[in-house]
Design a protein around this ligand. Structure first.
Ligand code: 8GP
Length: 743
């Protein structure tokens, strides 16, 4: 979510008034603003997308609310020590959150473990209940989601876990202090900390507990409100609710809603399943196979015995359907079974239990349908649809870039704040020399501001007249920060070898957190910092090349970086980035995309025009073909480009690390393939030459500043599609069928 203060004041239309009052009181607004910690309750793109959706829902007057966990510790605080990432707890609630309202009146309980008790009644119907087990109290805290220029305030309801029984006084009196609070600690651990994983697997039982905890609490919350109004006739439930499952993490809600209907309200199976499958819709956010969550049966069954029974029954009935449809296709039965090989496949459960399945950009949805989820798209073609992501222009332009916002309003008037397609009106200024100069001046000032910020926070020196070439996103091999830094090493060699080599001065800016258990990603951070240290202290490249790693990248820092960026690095291996949303924030702030034909980049280029972006590299199709033919030979690329070969050998020849060991893993993973992987899984070497060429085009284009401004203005003018308002309208029309609230 990031910070709330400025966003809320702007959405309420009172920021200027508040600032004026503070000025009278001789209080600096910015100092107050900087006191608010980011709510770091998500990992990356998926979480921030949800935050943009909430803003759009409220702004468009739709009754759409969010549910989640009130993590005591959010996304970790990243320090860079000796070039390495070191994680510290992010204690964002140290002073409580002034925006939250504790609703102890709405607390519910959630049960883990225990055993299932069956009682058969006089009509022969079995009644199931769970006995024993750990009881946990879920208390909601509400965060207001304030719409822009409207009266709608929706809710983000976050659950906190505690023990209903407090500590054990008996044990305490016996001086067994640790044991006395065990129950309490165990419950509180559920909402203690956000798992730092982004897309990779994490098989921790505590994570499953978190998932069940917040989904069960949220469903109980919905059901209570429904029953209060409609009684126990659930025939209107699906009409009145859609639950959009944000990836597989909340998918355990499907059997949980079945449990509530069957065990608490005594509905028949078919009746309950009919409501459930009309209520849930599922969004997939990544095609990385390892990200499709699966749970070992023993863990799942131990923690959620009744839910496991229900999943078994869902699967039993599903397999009957499947066998009817594909009588002897055993391989298909096996690969689609929700339970198989000792595991429960949450994505399969999601697709089977939902009426809609969507990807987050056109290419991504296509890949889901034709590759990753092909069997499912064949079985349920009507469920599959695309919803290309978007971002809220209120936070990412109006709030983050006031100077550019004023410029836009001066040119086309207000209205774009709630209808981003209005930006089209800027197109006619793209060729206007005065407008171009105004844009360049605004960009220059924003770069200056970022430079000042990084001077104060990290003692970095940035030259605002250099190209700010920026890659800010989670650190992942598929996102290829490695390709970026290898190119920087290459450029560095080139300048040293040929001091007369002329190019515009460049500042390469990185911001990225690596999952704490993702060793190779952390090594890439160390490499970036090692190269930065070397380059920034080498007088031979002074004034030409600089590399900056922004520590502890997060929403509030992103808000300072996007407005100051010239080049947006979107260089993932084609087919791997589901959508990307940073790419849209750059576009909106007049940075030019340097990217592969991946995720939403494709749609960005479609809108902006290929001539207003720098596109390079293998396409997803080409890569799919190479993979089918097993024809990738990375060595070929080293043989034909000595400059690349040199950079790769510099990873191990002592240039950057005297021991030669630090980056050996990176080197070997590219050249030989290690740990059972083939070499260069992400086609860094294959795309290197094309990337160098695209970077040369960037440098060349930047020299013509007026034309650069024109390209940037056209990007902004054509960014309308990438408002999350548009995305929300797509969801509303095709999936949610919501009506606006009226006043
Ligand atoms: C991200 C995708 O990587 C990104 O391309 C997309 O724009 C974004 O979702 C929003 O749709 N995926 C994740 O953040 C993700 O999969 N994270 C969860 C597994 C933790």
């Amino acid at each position: 979510m990031g910070r709330a203060l400025s966003n809320n004041l702007i959405n309420m239309g009172i920021k200027e008034a508040v600032q004026e009052v503070l000025r009278d009181m001789e209080i600096n607004y910015n100092v107050i603003e900087d006191e608010e910690p980011d709510a770091g309750l998500g990992n990356g793109g998926l979480g921030r997308l949800a935050a943009c959706f909430l803003d759009s829902l409220a702004t468009l007057d739709y009754p759409g609310h969010g549910y989640g966990i009130r993590y005591e510790y959010g996304m970790f605080e990243q320090h860079i020590e000796d070039g390495y990432q070191v994680e510290y707890p992010d204690n964002w609630l140290k002073y409580r959150d002034p925006w939250e309202i504790r609703r102890s009146d709405l607390a519910v309980t959630v049960v883990f473990g225990g055993h299932v008790n069956v009682r058969r009644d006089e009509n022969g119907r079995d009644h199931f209940s769970v006995e024993g087990g750990e009881v946990v109290t879920a208390t909601p805290y509400d965060m207001p989601i304030i719409g822009y220029d409207t009266k709608t305030v929706n809710t983000l309801r976050l659950w906190e876990a505690t023990s209903p029984n407090g500590f054990d006084l008996q044990l305490f009196n016996n001086m067994e202090y640790t044991k006395a609070v065990e129950r309490q600690t165990s419950a509180e651990n559920i909402s203690r900390v956000l798992y730092p994983n982004d897309s990779g697997p994490s098989g921790k039982a505590l994570r499953l507990k978190q998932q069940y905890f917040f989904t069960s609490a949220s469903l109980q919350d919905l059901i209570r409100a429904y029953v209060a109004k409609y009684g126990k006739d659930f025939s209107h439930f699906a009409e009145l609710h859609v639950i959009q499952l944000n990836d597989t993490h909340p998918v355990v809600a499907i059997p949980e809603l079945m449990r509530i209907f069957l065990d608490v309200y005594s509905l028949q199976w078919d009746e309950a399943w009919d409501i459930v499958t009309k209520t849930f819709a599922y969004t997939n956010h990544t095609i990385l196979a390892e990200a499709l969550e699966k749970w070992p049966i023993d863990i799942f069954q131990g923690l959620l015995p009744r839910i496991y029974q229900i999943v078994e029954e869902i699967n039993r009935r599903f397999l009957i359907e499947l066998r009817e449809k594909y009588p002897s296709d055993y391989q298909r039965h096996d690969s689609m079974s929700i339970i198989s090989h000792g595991m429960i496949y949450m994505a399969w459960l999601a697709i089977h239990g939902s009426f809609s399945v969507n990807g987050v950009a056109a290419l991504h949805t296509e890949i889901l349908k034709t590759q990753e989820l092909r069997n499912w798209a064949e079985l349920y073609p009507h469920k599959f649809n695309n919803k290309t992501n978007g971002v809220t222009q209120r936070r990412w332009l109006l709030c983050a870039n006031p100077a550019l916002s004023d410029f836009i309003t001066e040119k086309i008037g207000h209205g774009w704040e709630k209808d981003l397609s209005k930006l089209k009106g800027l197109e006619k200024f793209a060729d206007d020399s005065a407008a171009q100069q105004q844009f360049l001046d605004i960009k220059r000032a924003n770069k200056q501001k970022l430079a000042e910020y990084l001077k104060v926070t990290q003692n970095e020196f940035l030259d605002p007249d250099s190209i700010f070439d920026v890659q800010i996103k989670r650190l992942h091999e598929y996102k290829r920060q490695l390709l970026n830094i290898l190119h920087i090493m290459y450029l560095y060699n080139k300048i040293i070898e040929d001091p007369s080599f002329d190019m515009p001065a460049r500042t390469f800016i990185f911001g990225a957190k690596a999952a704490s258990g993702y060793r190779r990603a952390k090594t890439i951070i160390k490499l970036i910092n090692t190269v930065a240290e070397r380059i920034n202290n080498d007088r031979r490249v002074k004034g030409k090349l600089r590399v900056v790693f922004v520590e502890n990248y997060r929403v509030s820092v992103a808000e300072k970086i996007f407005p100051a960026s010239d080049v947006s690095e979107q260089i993932s291996t084609a087919g791997k980035e589901a959508s990307g949303t940073g790419n849209m924030k750059f576009m909106l702030n007049g940075a030019l995309t340097l990217g592969t034909m991946d995720g939403a980049n494709i749609e960005i280029v479609e809108e902006a025009g290929a001539e207003n972006a720098f596109i390079f590299g293998l396409t997803a199709e080409a890569i799919a073909k190479i993979e089918e033919e097993h024809s990738y030979v990375p060595q070929k690329y080293l043989d034909r480009n000595p400059g690349l070969a040199k950079v790769i050998s510099q990873l191990v020849d002592g240039t950057y690390d005297p021991t030669g060991r630090l980056f050996k893993e990176l080197h070997d993973s590219l050249v030989y393939g290690i740990e059972g992987q083939r070499p260069d899984v992400y086609y860094v070497l294959a795309d290197f030459d094309a990337y160098v060429e695209a970077q040369e085009k960037v440098a060349h284009a930047y020299l013509d500043s007026k034309n650069w401004a024109k390209m940037a203005l056209l990007n902004i003018a054509r960014a309308g599609k990438f408002s999350s308002d548009r995305t929300i309208e797509d969801y509303v029309r095709d999936i949610w069928k919501l009506k606006k609230v009226t006043f």
